[in-house]
Ligand binder design. Sequence first.
Ligand code: BG6
Length: 477
Amino acid sequence: IPVDDFDLVIFGATGDLAHRKILPGLFRRFVAGQIPETSQIIGAARTQQDDAQFRDAVAAAIVEHAGVKKNDPRLVQFLKLLGYVAIDATGQGGWKELAGRMRADAIHAFYFSVAPSLFGDLAERLASHGMAHGDSRIVVEKPFGRDLASARALNQTLAQHFDEDQVYRIDHYLGKETVQNLMAVRFANILFEPLWNAQYVDHVQITVAETVGVVGRGSYYDKSGAIRDMVQNHMMQLLCLIAMEPPYHFDPDAVRDEKLKVIRALEPVEPADIVRGQYEGDDGAGSYLDDVGDPDSRTESYIAMKVRISNWRWQGTPFYLRTGKRLRARTSEIAITFKEPPHSIFDDTGAPKANELVIRLQPNEGMNLKVMIKEPGPGGMRLVQVPLDMSFADALGAEGQDMPDAYERLIMDVIRGNQTLFMRGDEVEAAWAWTDPIIDSWEDSKRRPEPYDAGSSGPEEALRLMHRDNRRWREIR
Ligand code: BG6
């Protein structure tokens, strides 16, 4: 379904995110027929260049990241939508010209793909040049602050010129098809929901493992670490979608109200329930310390933690979270381990094992439910656990092969005016309120993260976090 005619301004249009994700994503939506040909996509950045130079640079980025040929007629068509205005974010240069290019009868969206320190300047100039009217939307990227105080300040700055329903805070995990699917699995089936609580769930594991290191973005990453880069946002969103109560309706505030309740119910995390790691080098690549160029850095590239949610539904069911760089494999999944049946009618050799539901977010998106059946053969009632395994690509055929990238989906939602998959200001603040004491406590402790080998499953210490509870992590592979 095509969206309405729009003018989208991308501040920071010469940057990496715009080239790698935003513009290739818009191109794919254009090819899919979702973007009206009258729409405008206006790049705005400090670099002095004209429309033609900007189009050339975008064409090269799209060739590289969207896998099309330079002379593909669809690319040639798409480039006609693009324009460029050189802008001085902290001065006056370029703003009049930008305002002059915006059409009165189109939807206006402004994408702040710039450092958060510029959000205030941009918002103020949009307002003083008449572009912050009631129907314009702004899109802001993570990191949204680096602690509660800075996030609050950012929210206040934006609120001076825009209402909350005009602000789209991106967490690109919410744009992933399989992440949205968590809600479909939970709330469009009757099968899981009755068991989805502490009475039946032994524990939950959420894993986001990456093989990449931080080389090339060390200066950002070293100031953030895994807690700010992944836990406060992406992992938190996954946790919320798994743990929240059913919203009364799939609409922005209903969904975000329920997520907020989960975040507010998170217990403070004890230092003993957290393991931080830092990767060492191997033959092929440098260590974390090499990658960030600081031999004394105490920033973590890995974190594992045991999280508890203090509410009626989850009291007593721990959630184990782990994420890290340069691990054995790139895999994101959520595993729900149910309790064992309360009584076995079979003898010891055939005692049932706990059911497990694994939702694979990436790659090989799908679901695997482990169930007990009888092992075939005349040897008596012997039980065996087998997978009910489904890959979404196989189950959905052609449609499942072509999953849109998170950014494509989210940008179209901005134009449609649908905030369901964006974070509300209070949600972001609540997430920082929970992570701040964790960060403060280890900064005070001055402890170094545990070393782990690149290409491994993370530090040994993280295994103990589970073993002590008589549980074990799923293998990363
Ligand atoms: C980003 C983080 O938000 O998410 C990166 O800054 C991380 O460090 C990335 O690599 C992971 O996203 P994805 O979509 O590759 O799982």
